[in-house]
Ligand binder design. Sequence first.
Ligand SMILES: C[S@@+](CC[C@H](N)C(=O)[O-])C[C@H]1O[C@@H](n2cnc3c(N)ncnc32)[C@H](O)[C@@H]1O
Ligand code: SF4
Length: 391
Amino acid sequence: MNARDNSVERLLLSAAARGTSTTYVMKGASKAKALDVYHLILAPTHACNLRCTHCYLPDHDPHFLPESTALRILDEWSDIVLEERGQYQGIFPVKGGEPFVTPYLGKIIDRLVELKTLQIMLTTNGTVCTARTFEMLRRAQVGLDGQMIVIVSLDGATAASHDKLRGPGTFDTTVGFIRTIRDLGINTHLNCVLYSGNAGEVSDYLTLSKTLGVGQVNFLPLVPKGFGLDLRAVQETHVTLHRRIQSAHALGDQDVKQLLAGSLSDIKVRERDQGAVTAHECVAAYRGLFYITPEGAVYTCPNLLGSDHALGNVNQDALLTLCNRLPDLYSKIRGFEGRRDQYICTGERVLYEKNRDRANQTSLRELQKELAQTTFDQGDEVVAYCVSRNF
Ligand SMILES: C[S@@+](CC[C@H](N)C(=O)[O-])C[C@H]1O[C@@H](n2cnc3c(N)ncnc32)[C@H](O)[C@@H]1O
Ligand code: SF4
């Protein structure tokens, strides 16, 4: 067994010893309209070292949310999580832009380590491979007792399909990054945005993921938004993507099924084998789900960024005040009586309605029809999921 296999083994053993899983599924109880594990997703900046053609951001403005504001909301979030959920039952995900270009990321990590109340999640392109990056990750991993997930964006099983979106040479750099952090024993997940150039690689991607020893793979549909608006021509329909993942899930071994935790295929298995009832809605506007932009604007999730549905701004509003505005937002985005967003992302639906994007509205409805379940929202155990998984 080589050094890498050893570290993967160590990670799995230590996760088992802690009684924790290497997978993570964002979900909440439909009755309470609240996430099980709270998330405050912070995009401290849109600045980035890459220029991915599909990026949903509206710009790469090098503006940063002030450090003092970021640390203040971290403290407020910690209080809310402790009061409403308990230690480590809340996450502080940092994305962007690229989190590793944020000058005060180390301060965020230090504060989290001091508090020991919140898990950290980082979504990164895995190309800022400096000593500072790996030192921060090591500090977080040790200081938070492993309560950390690093999600690395790898958009294909081959350099050709990944580099087409992210730029020449990025596949090799990112794969190297993944190997390095796996050797540090860090629970690593992958995000892969599916488009026509990589959709045929789902099965190869899962094989590569096993080789890399990651804990989970999130396949995301390409949302034509921001810089990615021009990529509509390479989008595949939601049903086509689901069928590709479904086929890999059905044919895959237990490791593949585990890697696909939280996918629609996994949700259907939960319904069939565990009798779980899936809610008629996703978790958007549930208590415990915020997304904060570099300007301090607060949305309930990244897919509503730029919509007419901001909750407020952290420069004026306390997080608790914003929490109390969620029920109002919930009724605004849920639309007319009888609408069912059972297996679709409400943020995407709202975007396509706003843009009058009929093709994508139909694409979402077809997915809904394909997966339709006849039982809706009965009993106390109805579960709502984040089906877009862009967290
Ligand atoms: C905006 S990026 C920020 C974090 C980091 N820079 C990265 O690339 O991972 C967050 C996640 O959104 C995904 N993403 C970007 N553009 C997208 C789009 N148009 N549709 C769906 N997901 C997208 C990225 O692949 C990444 O996993
Ligand atoms: S997807 Fe991430 S890495 Fe790519 S340009 Fe957007 S923020 Fe940067």
